[in-house]
Design a protein around this ligand. Structure first.
Ligand code: DON
Length: 573
């Protein structure tokens, strides 16, 4: 026995380097400087859909190496933190909803928390003005990051060692990769903000404009990832990385402390489930409003014969708009972190309550939001979050939505650690009635409190048929997230649309306040006009969401479809 131990100690550097070599081959197999991208795949063994081709490819290589969907979801998220820094992250938070091969349903909450020194009115100045500039940009906008704890909490369901799952991300950060045209455009658009909100210039700042194909090397981020590889979650929440975060806070009046970091723990939660037309829908509960909003909206349309009304018919769009309006009014009033506020989840999802909610519904006329709650106007801002859907042949289905909140979060990169800090504090109701960057309003339920999680709209969702995975779906898009997942599912479950059509066709969104119906460019003119006549204010806007979906076909194969609104990519084998 002693001999074996001595031999192992002697051989361990060699074994580790073999491991590293094998891991490096994940990235070598992909070629991060020249890669393809597909919007749709049909796969037999497993599939990954995410916002970036390299991240989807990393996930599939992990599946091929013997990992399951959880392994692939972890590796894909870590890769996204490198190749898609606008939203992929280790400085933000997210939610995972999963169905495991043994039939167990899980959800993991790794939403950011308000720092211990946060106060309810921290963004209200002496004149009473709500300082959304501070809740949305720079050091004070950041909540205590949850992603790394979430990944380690997820790892109990994985098969491969964490050190293997993080290696592709390390390689991509250390050796670099060719950026996409979208990333080049996005980097160019934030150069001024980066200079404004950083004292240590990050790798994303460049003297000449970024262009497609440029190599991005992130040495500081690679070193942070290596500390996580070596020390586990403590490699982020303690030691050098934690010290770098706190030093960054000091340079910019941020308040995240060593204690906040050390105490952060992701939480396993009971998923929000409900039945719809014989399917079981599994979503995220508080502190995300996503699962409950889905339950409310789907139950409010159920039994009204929407399948016969037809896709983009005036009647169907009108009904769906009215249920969206009603659910979002509840979001503003009742929803928040249930660890800190008594959210009446059961009541809000109950048939009795929803029937009552729909009493004011008329099928030929808009119900003004003022008849439900007072009106407040909003400005909208740029947005970014990211979703990934993963499935394997063992019966594991994983749906993850993760975010920094706005694109590149607070725009502050932790000096020496190389990752963006989120601006998730803006998802709290920073002052009753003052809209956040997505126009969402709130009050007590979502007021700031130390250690509390801000209310989210993220809606990672699974649909089960006979308790087996049928659909894995989700999207970014701030408050539009639940309505996009809702519409995608109605498109498939009620209108029998193809998966591509269900995702790609123009979407719409109503969130109670402001009282207007947002429609995507390309939405049918005749439907807009008919709705205007019924009293709807129509607001045409650019693309809504980036939905990533996997559907299990009748022959058991996986149909993975990436949204065509971005550079999203589907991979499988
Ligand atoms: O948690 C939320 O609801 C928001 N922070 C999500 C932000 C988002 O989706 C931005 N993306 N497009």
């Amino acid at each position: 026995m002693r001999k074996i131990i001595i031999a192992l100690i002697y051989l361990s550097p060699f074994l580790l380097s073999c491991n590293a070599q094998k891991n490096s081959s994940v990235v070598a197999e992909i070629n991060p400087f020249k890669y393809t991208s597909s919007k749709k795949v049909i796969a037999e063994n497993g599939a990954v859909v995410s916002a970036h081709p390299l991240a989807s490819k990393v996930g599939v290589v992990i599946l091929k190496m013997g990992g399951n969907a959880v392994d692939a979801a972890i590796a894909t998220q870590l890769a996204l933190a490198v190749v898609y820094p606008a939203a992929g992250n280790i400085g933000g938070g997210g939610f995972l909803v999963g169905r495991l091969s043994n039939g167990e349903l899980i959800s993991i909450d790794y939403r950011e928390k308000a720092p211990g020194a946060a106060t309810r009115d921290m963004y209200i100045d002496e004149t009473g003005k709500a300082r959304t500039d501070l809740s949305q940009n720079g050091h004070l906008a950041g909540g205590v990051p949850g992603t790394v704890s979430g990944l380690f909490t997820s790892h109990q369901y994985a098969k491969l060692p964490f050190s293997k799952l993080i290696q592709p991300a390390i390689d991509l950060a250390e050796k670099g990769f060719a950026i996409t045209s979208g990333e080049a455009r996005a980097f160019n658009s934030i150069q001024e903000s980066l200079k404004k909100y950083n004292s240590v210039m990050p790798a994303f700042v460049k003297q000449t404009p970024w262009k497609e194909g440029d190599t991005l090397i992130q040495t500081d981020l690679a070193n942070t990832l290596k500390r996580i590889q070596k020390n586990g979650a403590a490699g982020f929440y303690e030691g050098e990385t934690a010290n770098l975060i706190v030093a960054e806070m000091k340079r910019g009046n941020g308040i995240i402390s060593l204690g906040d970091l050390k105490n952060y723990k992701a939480k396993p939660r009971t998923p929000q489930t409900f039945n719809y037309k014989g399917y079981k829908i599994v979503g995220m509960g508080m502190p995300s409003s996503g699962g409950l909003l889905m339950a409310q909206m789907m139950k409010m349309i159920e039994g009204r014969g929407i399948d016969k009304m037809g896709f983009h018919s005036v009647q169907a769009v009108q009904l769906m708009t009215e249920v969206q309006r009603r659910a979002y009014a509840d979001r503003a009033e009742y929803m928040g972190d249930a660890d800190h506020y008594n959210v009446p989840v059961e009541m809000l999802a109950s048939d009795k309550y929803l029937k009552e909610r729909m009493k004011s519904y008329k099928n030929d006329k808009a119900t003004p939001s003022t008849e439900i709650k007072p009106r407040i106007d909003i400005d909208s801002e740029s947005e970014e979050t990211t979703h990934l859907s993963v499935i394997d042949k063992e019966g594991n289905a994983i749906s993850v939505t993760t975010t920094l909140n706005g694109g590149y979060g607070s725009k502050t990169v932790i000096g020496g650690a190389g990752f963006f800090l989120n601006n998730e504090m803006d998802d709290f109701s920073i002052k009753p009635g003052v809209p956040n960057m997505f126009g969402a309003v709130g009050g007590d339920a979502n007021a700031i409190k130390p250690g509390k999680r801000m209310l989210s709209s993220m809606t990672p969702t699974l649909v089960l048929k006979d308790d087996k995975p049928f659909i894995v779906v989700g999207t970014p898009g701030g408050t539009t997230i639940p309505t996009q997942v809702f519409e995608t599912l109605v498109n498939i479950l009620d209108f029998n649309m193809s998966t591509e059509d269900a995702v790609y066709k123009p979407k719409f969104h109503h969130q109670w306040l402001p009282d207007r119906l947002d429609v995507e460019r390309g939405f049918p003119q005749a439907v807009k006009e008919a709705l205007q006549k019924m009293g709807y204010t129509i607001y045409e806007r650019g693309s809504i969401g980036r939905t990533e979906i996997i559907k299990v076909l009748p022959n058991g194969k996986f149909e993975a479809v990436a949204d065509n609104r971005g550079e999203d990519a589907a991979e499988g084998y």
